[in-house]
Design a protein around this ligand. Structure first.
Ligand code: ATP
Length: 408
């Protein structure tokens, strides 16, 4: 069926897309099915296309809930049937739980029948939901129709690729709902008793394994179900995403440093000017004077280093050695666009190394009281507050910060 070469880096993803489209043409997947699938793929990219550790714990809690249930039901729609037929069938046998077709689009019952026939062709023995006559109270889409021997009786329902309306209606009807939804913020994920924020293709086999692991451990089952808290689970997933995206949103490895030369004077002057405008350097005549800057560049007792992101000049640090022992760090400036990526730390490390080589025992610097980001950077890099300089008549005072050099 597929023209996708097996060694294509996204072969599985492309094959699944083709499968969804193929079965859409056969009337098993709804016309809107590919859109829901694409939304899931986008969230899966954010997860890194792996099951996050906290979600693995949620999967065990979900397995416990399914094992504790008197009448567990696995709800199946077009997308889920096509994406993971064997896993759905195998999980339903293992729990054991009933399989029931339930669709959002399909008032004629024809699509339900096609999905059920497809699952039977894949090995399912029984699929409920055809000509279903019971109704989910307060639900108005085709999803309201449920089987009187399946979902109507169920105490725990497993749903995936679901719309939020039915999840909420099932909960209001007194059911516990486990959802598998890659979007941790969908109404389904938020309203469910427990959401498994994972691709159902990965989650179903993990869920089956968890069912096998837990089956005989009644105490663990009790403990896990008692601890279910969907808000907490969602928060952990969001924290995971936040951390992952934070790590990805870095250009740390793209930074490099070089000694400043005459060609950087213009850049130093401009950056100094903009930091003065931000209010984080006090204006001093000399600092904007080209000849003065040039006269101080990398002499025996001075140092000025430039920070580059790839090939773009984005920061600098300068200072001088006083009384042969102390490196006085005068200015550290990073272009606004490049802040928060670890460039400040790299500049500080470079200066520490240099000061140590020159025999300094300590680095000191002065930071304006209003410059909290700079203070945070110094504190994070081992500097301590040593005093305060009262700048009479000025808007802000100066905090003196220092760090002993360990290699000295
Ligand atoms: P809601 O009504 O719950 O706010 P929705 O309108 O997005 O959400 P649907 O379009 O019915 O709901 O369902 C699609 C949901 O399924 C999306 O949240 C999507 O991220 C998720 N999804 C899509 N593919 C997968 C998959 N393979 N595994 C798990 N979840 C998936």
């Amino acid at each position: 069926m597929s023209d996708v070469p097996a060694n294509h880096p996204r072969a599985l993803s492309l094959e699944l897309r083709e499968k969804i489209e193929y079965y859409r043409q056969l009337g098993i997947v709804a016309n809107a099915g590919p859109i829901a699938h694409g939304r899931g793929e986008a969230f899966d990219y954010l997860l890194g296309e792996t099951t996050p550790t906290p979600v693995r714990e949620d999967i065990y809690a979900a397995a416990a809930l399914l094992l504790e249930a008197q009448h567990p039901v696995i709800s199946v729609n077009g997308n889920t049937a096509v994406l993971a037929p064997k896993s759905l069938i195998s999980l339903s046998r293992n729990i054991p739980a009933k399989l029931e077709v339930n669709v959002f689009y399909g008032r004629t019952g024809e699509r339900e029948k096609k999905i059920a026939d497809y699952l039977i062709s894949q090995g399912a023995q029984e699929v409920l939901g055809i000509n279903a006559e019971a109704k989910v109270p307060n639900l108005h889409s085709a999803r309201m129709r449920v089987d009187k021997n399946g979902m109507a009786l169920a105490d725990v329902v497993l749903v995936s690729l679901e719309d939020g309306d039915r999840t909420k209606a099932l909960i209001d009807w007194g059911k516990k709902v486990i959802s598998i939804d890659l979007n941790p913020l969908s109404r389904t994920a938020v309203d469910a008793t427990l959401n498994i924020c994972d691709n159902l293709i990965r989650a179903l086999p993990l869920l089956e394994k968890a069912v096998q692991d837990l089956r005989t451990d009644q105490q663990k089952i009790k403990q896990l179900t008692a601890e279910i808290n969907n808000d907490y689970s969602t928060a952990r997933v969001l924290k995971f995403l936040n951390h992952r995206l934070g790590n990805l949103a870095t250009i740390k490895n793209e930074f490099s440093i070089l000694d400043a030369t005459e060609e950087h004077i213009h850049f130093i002057k401009n950056l100094t000017k903009s930091v003065i405008e931000e209010g984080c350097f006090y204006p001093q005549q000399d600092e904007l004077n080209t000849d003065y800057i040039l006269s101080k560049l990398n002499l025996e007792y001075t140092c000025t280093n430039i920070l580059l992101a790839r090939h773009i000049l984005c920061g600098f640090i300068d200072g001088d050695i006083r009384d042969n022992q102390t490196f006085h760090l005068k200015r550290l400036a990073i272009d606004k666009m490049y802040r928060g990526f670890g460039g400040g730390k790299i500049l500080l490390k470079k200066v520490e190394k240099l000061a140590t080589i020159k025999g300094c025992k300590k680095i000191v610097t002065e930071v304006l009281t209003n410059c909290h980001t700079a203070q945070g950077l110094f504190l994070k890099n081992g500097y301590t507050i040593e005093g305060l300089v009262n700048c009479n008549g000025e808007k802000h005072n100066l905090i003196v910060m220092g760090k002993k050099l360990s290699g000295a």
